[in-house]
Design a protein around this ligand. Structure first.
Ligand SMILES: Nc1ncnc2c1ncn2[C@@H]1O[C@H](COP(=O)(O)OP(=O)(O)O)[C@@H](O)[C@H]1O
Ligand SMILES: [Mg+2]
Length: 158
């Protein structure tokens, strides 16, 4: 049996003037109204809905999250603010793909825990979301969800 291994990277980047709706689109409204949920909460719920569904039967999965902030040319681990920013680095591989090292990942086993990390990371950002000033537009956050799946059952067709 040769387990198939592949890697897929999906990145959602949102850029725009302060007040144009970036936070609204990526995070959503602060109330719990599902219609107003942003891209990250939707992705989190989608992943765990999938993992609990029949489609994921026969697969082992692990989900990890991390969150960093780029602010004034420095990186910060928003889930572990005690990590010195010099330990977190943004790099580029030989194919031109951007990745970062040094941020600590947290294993999550349900959507609620993933959402808690997202909220905790937001609270640790350098500027409050409501500040409509030059500083708030210099803070960029990257929330990463890593999903690893291993197919351990194979079906044989006759
Ligand atoms: N599509 C939308 N529908 C309703 N309200 C929105 C929408 N986009 C943005 N807003 C509101 O406009 C204001 C500014 O949006 P925000 O997402 O904070 O901007 P940014 O993060 O780009 O600075 C917020 O009060 C937000 O709730
Ligand atoms: Mg914003």
């Amino acid at each position: 049996m040769n387990p198939m291994k592949y890697r897929m990277v999906i990145q959602v980047c949102i850029d725009g003037q302060t007040g144009s709706g970036k936070t609204h689109s990526i995070m959503g409204a602060t109330n719990d109204d599902d219609d107003e949920a942003g891209i990250i909460p939707r992705a989190i719920y989608h992943i765990f809905d999938y993992l609990r569904s029949e489609k994921a039967v026969g697969r082992m999965a692990s989900v990890r999250v991390s969150m960093i902030e780029l602010y004034n040319d420095e990186c910060k681990d928003l889930l572990h603010p005690e990590i010195p920013s010099r330990d977190i680095m943004i790099r580029e591989d030989k194919h031109g793909r951007i990745f970062f090292t040094g941020a600590r990942e947290e294993v999550v086993t349900n959507a609620a825990t993933a959402m808690q990390y997202l909220e905790q990371g937001n609270l640790n950002r350098s500027t409050a979301e409501t500040m409509m000033n030059q500083n708030s537009s210099r803070s960029h956050a990257i929330f990463t969800i890593s999903l690893e799946m291993l197919e351990y059952a194979v079906s044989f067709s006759v």
